[in-house]
Design a protein. Structure first.
Length: 131
């Protein structure tokens, strides 16, 4: 009884933390899962995989200075951003699009750092809620 209460409290605290996350709206995941914990786990894993894929493809595009690769990476993640309200990521990607289209790749270093930070933060949040 005691340990189940602690576990329940921990789960509640973790859920409260995630619902306050600035990186992802976990309540959207809960809403889509409709109480089905297996489906929720699948959704979280899909988001996690999408962010990891974005990291790889986007960084490759930056490294190669390939605007088309960046556009494809942004396009592929767009439904995930919209569905789960990844607002920080959306902002960073839009900033990167503006920088590259107006200034080219010469001054992309700060954007690259912001991109790495926000995607790592999302991954960390997802890993915490998937525990």
């Amino acid at each position: 009884m005691y340990f189940s209460t602690i576990n329940s409290n921990y789960t509640d605290l973790r859920r409260q933390y995630m619902n306050k996350s600035e990186n992802i709206n976990i309540s959207k995941v809960d809403e889509m899962a409709e109480g089905d914990e297996d489906f929720k786990a699948e959704l979280l894993q899909a988001i996690y995989t999408s962010i990891r894929d974005l990291q790889t493809k986007y960084m490759e595009g930056l490294s190669a200075q390939d605007q088309e690769a960046l556009q494809q990476a942004r396009h592929k993640i767009k439904p995930t951003i919209t569905l789960f309200e990844l607002k920080k990521l959306q902002s960073v990607l839009l900033d990167g699009k503006m920088i590259v289209s107006t200034q080219g790749f010469g001054d992309i270093g700060n954007h690259e750092n912001q991109f790495i930070q926000v995607t790592n933060d999302i991954i960390k949040d997802l890993e915490q809620v998937m525990e």
